[in-house]
Design a protein. Structure first.
Length: 624
C-alpha cells in the first residue's frame, strides 16, 4: 500500500472519440537515480507534449499521466484507476518504461486483441521494433508494469521499453550520462509519431479489445504483420509440407526411416547447444567471480557472439558426424519436421510465437522441393528467410534474459542454425572425409574461444563499471544489536569486509525474508525506531480485534508491519480504512508494506479468528 502523488494533465481534442493516455512513472528505486527507469519516459512525454502543443490540435483528448510508486507496488496506477474521474471511461494507453540503459525501444506488452493497435503502430512509428512472440512471453511473466494495472481495469494499449545495458539498471550508475542518447531519441520519435497517429484516429474500436491478436516481427525496412487467423493454417501447411518433402526425398533415394532418424537426431543439438551456452556463463563466472551476482556483464556484446559461435560449434559438429550415416537430405528434412512440430505446439500455447518455426519450415520445404539445378539458390533463399525471422528473436532475447539466462536465446539460435544447414552444405566435402568435415566446426571452436578472450579483455571492471555489491544495514532497536547483511552467494572483495558466515537474522527484515544471509556485526546507529501503540484490544464471539498505531520517528521510504498470532488465524486486516490484500494474510501472521508513509500516524485494525486468548508477537521495521 502507498501514499502516492500522481501528475495528471489533459490536452483537449477538437472532436474527441476517446482518450489517449501517455503514461510514465516519476519514481525510481531507492538504489539509483533512475535516469532510464523512468526519467527517460518522463522526459519523452514532456517533449512529446511540447511538440503536440506546437502543432495542429489533435482530434482526441490526450491525458498525460505521470504515476508515483510504480517501483514499489504499481500503486500510482492503481490509485488512478480507482479514484480519478478520467479513468472511468478507459482509453488507449502508451506506457513508457525501461529495463536497461540502451538498445532499441521495444514494444513488448499489449492488450488482448491487439490487431488494430499493431496496424496503427506499424503504420506510424519510424523505428518499429516489436514482435508478437515478446507479447506472448510477457503475458506469462510476473514482471508487471503500470500498463498491467490499466489493462486489468479495461484499458487497451502498448508498453514500450528499452532493455539492453542491464548492468547499470536500478543501480547508482543509472545516471543521465550513461543513458544512450540514440535510444532516447528513438523512444521520442516513436512516441510522438504514435501519439499523433492515435490522437487523430477513431478510438471507438481501439479502446476496446479487438477480435484477435496480430502476428508481427521486425524487418530492417519495417514491420511484417498478418492476422492471427493465419497462425493455424501456416502451422498446418508446414506439417503438410514436411510430409510431402519426406515423400519426395524417398523418391530421390533417402528412405523414410532415415528421415525419422534425422528428426530424432535434430533433438540432440537442440539440447546440447543451450547447455553449451550455460557452460560458457559458468566458465565466465569461474574466471570472474563478480559476474555471479550479475545477469549480464557491463559489455556483453563479445560474449553474446561467443555464445552464438558455440551454438554453431554444436550444430556443425553434429551435422559433420551424422551426414555420412544418414545423409544431408534426411538431416535437413528431420530438422524441418522439428520446426513444423514446434510451429503446431506454439500455435496452441503461444500463437504469437508460432511464426518463429512455421515460416522457416515452409521456406525450407519449398527450397527442398526445388530440382537440383536450382537447389542451392533455393537453400540460400530459405536461409535468408530463417535469418530474417529468427535472428531478431535471438538479438532481443539475449538482452532480455542476459547471459545468465542464455539458454533461451540459444534454443532459437539452434533453430536458425538447423534451418541454415542446406545453405552451408557446400562447406562440407563430399565423400567420407570426416576429418575435413570436422574442420568446419573446429573453426567455429576457434572463433568462440577468440570471442570469449576478446570479451574478457574488453569487459573489465573500473570506476565507471564497478563490481556490483549488495549490502544492507539491519538494526534491532529492541535489543540494541546491528548487523551488516548481504544476499550475495559469494560475497565480493568489498562486501566481504563487512559480512562473514551465513546466518538467519532474528526477524523478517524487509527484503531479507528471514532467510540465511551472509552477515557480520555492525555499529549500533542512533536511529530511532518507529513508535508502536496498541490503541484497542478486545475479544468478542471468539474473535480478537487489535487496533495499532505505528508512527515513524524519521523520514522513511517504507514501513513494513508484521503481526503473528500463535495458535490463531489472521482472517482480515485494514490499513487506513483500506482492506489489506488477501495474499498478505498467512495462517497465523500478517505482513504488509506501506510506501511513503505520511508524516502522521499509520493505523491498522487486525482481527483474527480462533478460540481462547493468544500472546501477540510484534515485529516492526523501517528502512530509509
Amino acid at each position: 500500500m502507498a501514499r502516492v502523488r500522481n501528475v495528471v494533465a489533459v490536452l483537449p481534442g477538437t472532436d474527441s472519440t476517446g482518450r489517449l493516455f501517455l503514461v510514465a512513472h516519476s519514481d525510481s528505486v531507492e538504489t539509483g537515480p533512475g535516469a532510464s527507469g523512468d526519467a527517460a519516459g518522463v522526459a519523452t512525454l514532456l517533449e512529446t507534449v511540447r511538440a503536440l502543443t506546437a502543432g495542429e490540435p489533435l482530434r482526441n483528448d490526450v491525458v498525460v499521466l505521470l504515476t508515483d510508486a510504480e517501483e514499489a507496488c504499481l500503486c500510482g496506477a492503481e490509485a488512478f484507476t480507482e479514484s480519478h474521474p478520467l479513468a472511468g471511461e478507459g482509453g488507449v494507453v502508451l506506457n513508457l518504461g525501461a529495463r536497461g540503459t540502451t538498445g532499441p525501444p521495444i514494444t513488448s506488452e499489449t492488450s488482448l486483441g491487439n490487431a488494430g493497435l499493431a496496424e496503427r503502430y506499424a503504420a506510424a512509428v519510424p523505428h518499429p521494433v516489436a514482435t508478437s512472440f515478446a507479447v506472448e512471453v510477457y503475458r506469462r511473466l510476473s514482471d508487471d508494469t503500470d500498463l498491467s494495472v490499466l489493462l486489468a481495469d479495461g484499458f487497451t494499449g502498448l508498453d514500450t521499453a528499452f532493455i539492453d545495458g542491464r548492468a547499470a539498471y536500478h543501480t547508482p550508475q543509472d545516471t543521465p550520462s550513461r543513458l544512450d542518447r540514440g535510444t532516447l531519441q528513438a523512444l521520442g520519435d516513436n512516441t510522438l509519431a504514435l501519439a499523433r497517429e492515435l490522437g487523430d484516429a477513431d478510438l471507438t474500436d481501439l479502446a476496446r479489445p479487438g477480435d484477435g491478436d496480430a502476428t508481427y516481427f521486425p524487418l530492417p525496412t519495417g514491420l511484417v504483420r498478418y492476422p492471427g487467423s493465419l497462425v493455424w493454417p501456416l502451422a498446418g501447411a508446414a506439417v503438410l509440407g514436411v510430409v510431402v518433402l519426406a515423400v519426395v526425398d524417398r523418391r530421390r533415394g533417402s528412405s523414410l526411416p532415415r528421415t525419422l532418424l534425422g528428426t530424432v537426431a535434430a533433438l540432440v543439438p537442440l539440447a546440447l547447444a543451450p547447455l553449451a551456452v550455460v557452460g560458457l556463463w559458468r566458465v565466465l563466472v569461474l574466471v570472474r567471480p563478480a559476474y555471479a551476482s550479475m545477469t549480464d556483464p557491463w559489455r556483453p556484446g563479445w560474449f553474446r557472439l561467443a555464445a552464438v559461435a558455440l551454438v554453431a560449434v554444436v550444430v556443425l559438429a553434429w551435422y559433420a558426424l551424422l551426414r555420412r550415416r544418414l545423409g544431408a537430405a534426411a538431416l535437413r528434412t528431420g530438422a524441418l519436421v522439428l520446426l513444423a512440430a514446434l510451429a503446431v505446439v506454439l500455435a496452441a500455447l503461444a500463437p504469437g510465437g508460432s511464426y518463429l518455426a512455421a515460416l522457416p519450415a515452409l521456406a525450407g520445404v519449398l527450397a527442398g522441393l526445388l530440382p537440383r539445378p536450382v537447389h542451392l539458390l533455393g537453400a540460400l533463399a530459405a536461409g535468408a528467410v530463417a535469418v530474417v525471422v529468427l535472428a531478431p528473436a535471438v538479438a532481443l532475447l539475449f538482452p532480455a534474459l542476459g547471459l545468465a539466462g542464455g539458454a533461451a536465446p540459444a534454443v532459437v539460435a539452434t533453430l536458425l542454425a538447423l534451418a541454415l544447414l542446406p545453405a552451408l552444405e557446400g562447406l562440407f566435402p563430399a565423400g567420407p572425409a570426416l576429418l575435413r568435415a570436422l574442420a568446419v566446426p573446429g573453426a567455429a571452436v576457434v572463433l568462440a574461444v577468440l570471442l570469449t578472450a576478446v570479451g574478457l579483455a574488453v569487459d573489465r571492471f573500473d570506476q565507471q563499471h564497478p563490481v556490483p555489491s549488495q549490502l544492507v544495514y539491519a538494526l534491532e532497536a529492541d535489543t540494541g544489536e546491528a548487523w551488516w547483511a548481504s544476499t550475495e552467494e559469494q560475497p565480493g572483495e568489498y562486501t566481504a569486509r563487512y559480512v562473514g558466515t551465513p546466518r538467519t537474522l532474528p526477524h523478517d527484515y524487509p527484503h531479507l525474508g528471514g532467510r540465511a544471509v551472509a552477515a557480520g556485526p555492525a555499529e549500533v546507529a542512533a536511529l530511532p525506531a518507529s513508535a508502536v501503540e496498541v490503541l484497542d484490544d478486545r475479544s468478542s464471539g471468539g474473535q480478537r480485534t487489535v487496533t495499532v498505531r505505528v508512527t515513524p520517528q524519521r523520514d522513511v521510504r517504507l514501513v513494513v508491519l508484521g503481526l503473528t498470532a500463535p495458535g490463531g488465524t489472521v482472517s482480515a486486516a485494514r490499513l487506513q480504512a483500506r482492506d489489506v490484500p488477501a495474499d498478505a494474510l498467512g495462517e497465523d501472521r500478517l505482513a504488509v508494506t506501506f510506501h511513503a508513509p505520511p508524516p502522521g500516524a499509520s493505523r491498522r485494525r487486525s482481527p483474527w479468528t480462533g478460540t481462547g486468548r493468544w500472546p501477540c508477537g510484534w515485529s516492526t521495521a523501517a528502512t530509509g
